[in-house]
Design a binder for this molecule. Structure first.
Ligand code: ZN
Length: 353
């Protein structure tokens, strides 16, 4: 499977926070032959190990979950009211296509509707629609019809469009935050299954990042790594009207190395370590402009006695929308950087002596 097919497969899986089963099963099947052990923990994290039992433990982390919606009420008329799961801009919602998952795992297509402009007052037209003004139309005409499909309060859904390749090696799809990171983790497991490390490599495919870094917290507690590296899909905002100082990361400039975000201030010696590897390996790289967003690193670095933790990201435009865009060269460069840092993980030093 080439990078495009891997990204396509991962982007297409359903994995709204708290409902990561489908994407987890896909990853489980894909990596089973590459790793020595696989464990699913209480919160649903998929924890895979290569060469377990070594004296040094490196944790690589990417989150499986994506932001989505949850049915909060079913109208008698068959329309679904919903609540956002994760960090949405509610202005994104109107007129989007959605997939609602029923109890038996089937997906039901629908659209987010709102009152049409024709019947809005001029005052109403000036205001952004609020989530409570919106509803999902799955083509049902009664509450009973909805219930008969196995859909009701608590049913999860995601904004869903097919994965596509745009011009010049750019990929567009939903959930590239952080299925791009999951893809890199899978590639790393392929690499280290052939090049067995002299340390324990633990890949954590995390749950619940988008609702508060929840899976990473329990995973780091169990793994107790010496060093951790979080791989993210981060905000690419090199688009018209955004000044350079407000642009967290740019497409086609290589992996974004974090110095700090809202959840962690990365140990500067770890930042330099990653930068030096990028320089000596001739991998283009950029700093992610602080202090935007938060990542699983926020929970991992304060787990147990503390964990030396770094963050490297693939820049993705329009994340937290159903059509994010990444550059495949950035993906490849981020993968190369993560493999190099992982290979040399034993060299990463922290404060303690
Ligand atoms: Zn993310």
């Amino acid at each position: 499977m080439d990078h495009v097919e891997l990204l396509r497969a991962l982007s297409s899986q359903f994995g709204v926070s708290g409902f990561e089963g489908e994407v987890r099963e896909w990853i489980d099947t894909t990596i089973r032959g590459l790793v020595d052990t696989i464990k699913i923990d209480v919160l649903g994290n998929l924890i895979a190990r290569i060469t377990p039992g070594q004296d040094f433990v490196l944790m690589l982390d990417a989150h499986m979950d994506e932001i989505g919606i949850m049915v909060s009420y079913v109208e008698e008329s068959g329309f679904l009211r919903f609540a956002p799961i994760g960090g949405w801009d509610p202005r994104v919602f109107p007129a989007q296509q959605v997939e609602i998952r029923s109890r038996d795992g089937k997906k039901h297509r629908g659209v987010i509707g709102a009152s049409p402009p024709h019947i809005q007052t001029p005052e109403e037209q000036k205001q952004a629609l609020k989530v409570e003004d919106l509803f999902v139309d799955i083509g049902a005409s009664s509450r009973e019809e909805v219930f008969a499909l196995g859909i009701g309060i608590g049913s999860p859904g995601c904004l869903h469009y097919p994965f596509q390749i745009l011009n010049a090696g750019r990929a567009m799809g939903k959930a590239l935050d952080d299925r791009a990171g999951c893809a890199i983790l899978i590639r790393c497991l392929e690499y280290f299954s052939k090049n067995r490390p002299n340390f324990t490599l633990v890949a954590n495919f995390a749950t619940g990042e988008e609702v508060g870094l929840r899976g990473a917290k329990t995973a780091a507690y169990q793994i107790q790594p010496d060093v951790a590296l979080v791989i993210e899909g981060t905000v690419g905002a090199d688009t018209p009207g955004i000044p350079a100082h407000k642009c967290p990361a740019r497409l086609d400039k290589g992996p974004a190395i974090s110095v700090a975000d809202k959840s962690i201030i990365v140990d500067p010696s770890f930042v330099s370590f990653i930068e030096n590897i990028a320089e000596t390996s001739k991998i283009p790289w950029q700093h992610k402009v602080p202090l935007t967003g938060g990542t699983d690193a926020g929970e991992i670095h304060v787990a147990g006695k503390g964990v030396r933790t770094g963050v490297v990201s693939v820049p993705c435009r329009y994340i937290h929308s159903p059509n994010s865009v990444l550059d495949l060269k950035d993906f490849e460069h981020t993968l190369s950087l993560v493999v190099e840092v992982a290979r040399r993980a034993r060299e990463i030093k922290g404060y303690e002596s």
